[in-house]
Design a binder for this molecule. Structure first.
Ligand SMILES: [Ca+2]
Length: 113
C-alpha cells in the first residue's frame, strides 16, 4: 500500500493477523513491518486469510500486494461493514503478477442507524 503517484497517503495497519503460520517467524505482523525481507507465510492449505486492523474506519483507494513466489492465484479482498458479514470488494483469479495493485473505489459510508 504505497503511493506511487506521489499523492496517495500510505496507510499503516496497527496489526495483522494470519489464519495460520508456515513457521513461527512467518507470522502476520511480518506482512506489515515495511521490511521486504520478511513476510507472512500461511500453512500450505486453501482458505487461509490475513486480516489488517487499522483500529478505525479508513478509506482505501488503492491496494498493493507484494507476493512471494509461492503466491495465491485466486483470492478475495474483503472489508467489514458494521455488524454485518465481510463484503467482497475484489475477486482475483489466475493471478501471476508480483506485485499486484488495484484501484479501489472508496467504501460506501456506513448507513445511519
Ligand atoms: Ca515484511
Amino acid at each position: 500500500m504505497s503511493g506511487e503517484g506521489g499523492t496517495a497517503t500510505a496507510l499503516t495497519p496497527v496489526s495483522a493477523t494470519g489464519s495460520s503460520m508456515e513457521r513461527g517467524d512467518l507470522n502476520g505482523a511480518q506482512a506489515i513491518n515495511k521490511q521486504d525481507t520478511s513476510r507472512w507465510g500461511s500453512a500450505f492449505t486453501d482458505n487461509e486469510w490475513l486480516t489488517l486492523d487499522y483500529r478505525s474506519s479508513v478509506n482505501i483507494s488503492r491496494v498493493r500486494i507484494n507476493w512471494e513466489n509461492a503466491h495465491a492465484t485466486t483470492y478475495l479482498l474483503q472489508r467489514p461493514e458494521d455488524n454485518t458479514p465481510w463484503t467482497t470488494t475484489k475477486t482475483v483469479g489466475n493471478n501471476n503478477s508480483l506485485p499486484t495493485a488495484f484501484q479501489q473505489p472508496p467504501p460506501r459510508p456506513s448507513p445511519s442507524r
